[in-house]
Write a protein that binds this ligand. Structure first.
Ligand SMILES: NC(=O)c1ccc[n+]([C@@H]2O[C@H](COP(=O)([O-])OP(=O)(O)OC[C@H]3O[C@@H](n4cnc5c(N)ncnc54)[C@H](OP(=O)(O)O)[C@@H]3O)[C@@H](O)[C@H]2O)c1
Length: 199
């Protein structure tokens, strides 16, 4: 399979990239500061330019997207727009572009997280965009053509980035291996419009 992993140097993206390479897949790793495959998901033109230089792909995985961490009382309108521009519209625009470049039966997998349905202090901005992405995937997956699948992986906090014995959003952090499994499930199963959760 030819697979694009965006965010290939991050906690999740690198682990997914390395695991797919180990399985013998043809994997392309992209991120903002990449020499070979630079991309900024907040810029649709940059996403389009990335796809133009890649061969026809069977799967696209996005493990990129940020939002503002602040207490609700300090959040200003422009703070929300950080997450809307990056994690929300970055992933929405990726789907718009990727659908034109991937093969029949191909798959697109986005990333949200536990904060879509569990509370953590200072994370209202992330909860907002995670929830919106999951609703977007539920709806947009019905309209993709050529049997292209659209799913989203929603991990809990990952051990290493967070201490394993300290609860985050009322759940203990999880091993990265459990998260890698979900991205592979999204690529290999025929389901679409799914939120694959682990927390
Ligand atoms: N880590 C966790 O515990 C956890 C848990 C649940 C959900 N999540 C979610 O999973 C996603 C990835 O998290 P992570 O912890 O793996 O991130 P990370 O370690 O901060 O890595 C981010 C990756 O994305 C790239 N990147 C950043 N901004 C970009 C942009 N605008 N366009 C293209 N590439 C960009 C970075 O490389 P460059 O700097 O070179 O661009 C890097 O490869 C996030 O949406 C996060 O909310 C993470």
């Amino acid at each position: 399979m030819k697979i694009l992993v965006i965010g290939a140097t991050g906690t999740i993206g690198k682990a997914v990239y390395d695991s797919l390479i180990k399985e013998g897949e043809e994997v392309y790793g992209a991120h903002r500061n990449s020499t070979d495959y630079p991309v900024d998901i907040t810029d649709s033109l940059s996403i389009e330019n990335l796809f133009k230089k890649l061969p026809k792909l069977n799967a696209v995985i996005n493990a990129v997207g940020t939002a503002t961490w602040k207490p609700f009382s300090e959040l200003k309108e422009e703070d929300y727009y950080v997450g809307i521009k990056s994690k929300l519209m970055g992933q929405v625009n990726l789907v718009h572009v990727a659908q034109n470049y991937i093969s029949d039966n191909g798959s697109i997998t986005l990333t949200t997280g536990i904060l879509a349905e569990h509370y953590e202090p200072n994370a209202v901005g992330l909860s907002l965009v995670n929830g919106a992405i999951q609703s977007f995937v539920m709806a947009a997956s019905n309209e993709l053509q050529r049997r292209i699948k659209l799913n989203v992986v929603a991990p809990g906090a990952i051990i290493g980035d967070f201490p394993k014995d300290k609860k985050f959003a009322d759940h203990f952090p999880i091993p990265i291996e459990e998260v890698i499994k979900l991205y592979k499930e999204s690529i290999h199963k025929s389901d679409t419009g799914q939120v694959l959760k682990k927390y």
